[in-house]
Design a protein around this ligand. Structure first.
Ligand code: DGY
Length: 325
């Protein structure tokens, strides 16, 4: 089918330049309000599209895929994580899935560093003092945080983003450690000056800061469960810019409240927008609304990747970022 007749349904508002480019190239239906589609709307979109462009807000499970139309051939996800899509079922039904890896690596790694610094240097507490107009001047003991330089950082998941975090943290003088299913090649490990831990438990027990950078899969669900969180040093801090499901949020909340963990910086949550209310009350917890990749540049590049994936598919080839279950 000629590209311009390909019916592409986009489930969420995208940056204007991306929407314009999509409209120039394909027969696109854009979303005009900035809310996620309901399940019924999503089912209708799956019935009418040749290509669906969803975001992480759209849960595309086996039940929904069963309602997809015969014509649906590609789900070109606007985002890197595909834990919201049942990729295996899509494949069984002959539907390809692609994503947008690489272009949000640096932005997410920057945000990881921002969270590490915000928690260890107590930035939100300082901000609150200024916003409440409570500052009475410099004081030798006011708002003392911890120095990041020299601290041991344990990166959980050493893919693209984990490695980008390692490079940044290293520049801040942190010592880099990591746990990953597969050990990095020696030359990559050397370049990052990173120490690999086969045992996640042993790594956790020795780190000052843990950074979660692994995807959400059945095997990473609650990887940081109550037992592992208990292994952390009481002075330890944990940050997560990956997916909330990797940490048992209730256990984390309990332990921070009990002073068993010193602090946390979270950009993602186990139950999406339903953030444990007790987390919000804690001064040593910094919460962000999933904005790790939120730069205009990054979001445009994500759109460019979506377009390349659709174009390549329309030209009869395998999308460059096809996700294999
Ligand atoms: C992704 O693309 O999966 C990111 O989480 C978006 O920030």
């Amino acid at each position: 089918m000629p590209r311009e007749r390909l019916s592409v349904v986009v489930t969420r508002r995208l940056p204007e330049v991306v929407e314009t480019r999509l409209s120039e190239l394909f027969n696109v239906r854009l979303r005009d309000d900035d809310t996620p589609m309901s399940r019924d709307e999503l089912a209708a979109a799956l019935r009418e599209a040749d290509v669906l462009v969803p975001t992480l807000n759209d849960r595309i499970d086996a039940g929904l895929l069963a309602q997809a139309g015969e014509r649906l051939r590609l789900i070109a996800n606007y985002g890197a994580g595909v834990d919201h899509i049942d990729v295996a079922t899509a494949r069984q039904r002959g539907i390809l899935v692609s994503n947008t890896p690489g272009v949000l690596t640096d932005d997410t790694a920057d945000m990881t560093m921002a969270l590490i610094l915000a928690v260890t240097r107590r930035i939100p507490e300082g901000l609150a003092v200024m916003q409440k107009n409570e500052w009475t001047g410099w004081a030798p003991t006011a708002l003392l945080g911890g120095r990041v330089g020299g601290r041991r950082l344990g990166i959980l998941g050493m893919g693209r983003i984990g490695q980008a975090v390692a490079r940044r943290a290293s520049a801040f003088g942190m010592q880099i450690h990591y746990h990953n299913r597969r050990r990095l090649r020696p030359e990559v490990e050397d370049a990052l000056e990173a120490t690999w831990w086969d045992s996640l438990d042993q790594m956790i027990a020795r780190m000052d800061v843990i950074s979660v950078n692994c995807p959400s899969t059945p095997s990473t669900f609650h990887l940081m469960n109550a037992r592992r969180l208990k292994l952390m040093k009481p002075s330890g801090v944990i940050v997560n810019t990956s997916r909330g499901e990797v940490i048992d949020e209730n256990a984390l909340t309990r332990m921070i409240r009990a002073g068993e963990i010193a602090g946390a910086g979270l950009d993602v949550y186990e139950h999406g927008t339903q953030v444990n209310p007790r987390l919000r009350e804690l001064p040593n917890v910094v919460l962000l609304p999933h904005m790790g990749s939120a730069t205009l540049e990054g979001r445009i590049e994500m759109g460019e990747k979506v377009i390349i994936n659709i174009k390549t598919f329309a030209d009869g080839h395998r999308p460059p970022d096809q996700v294999v279950p």
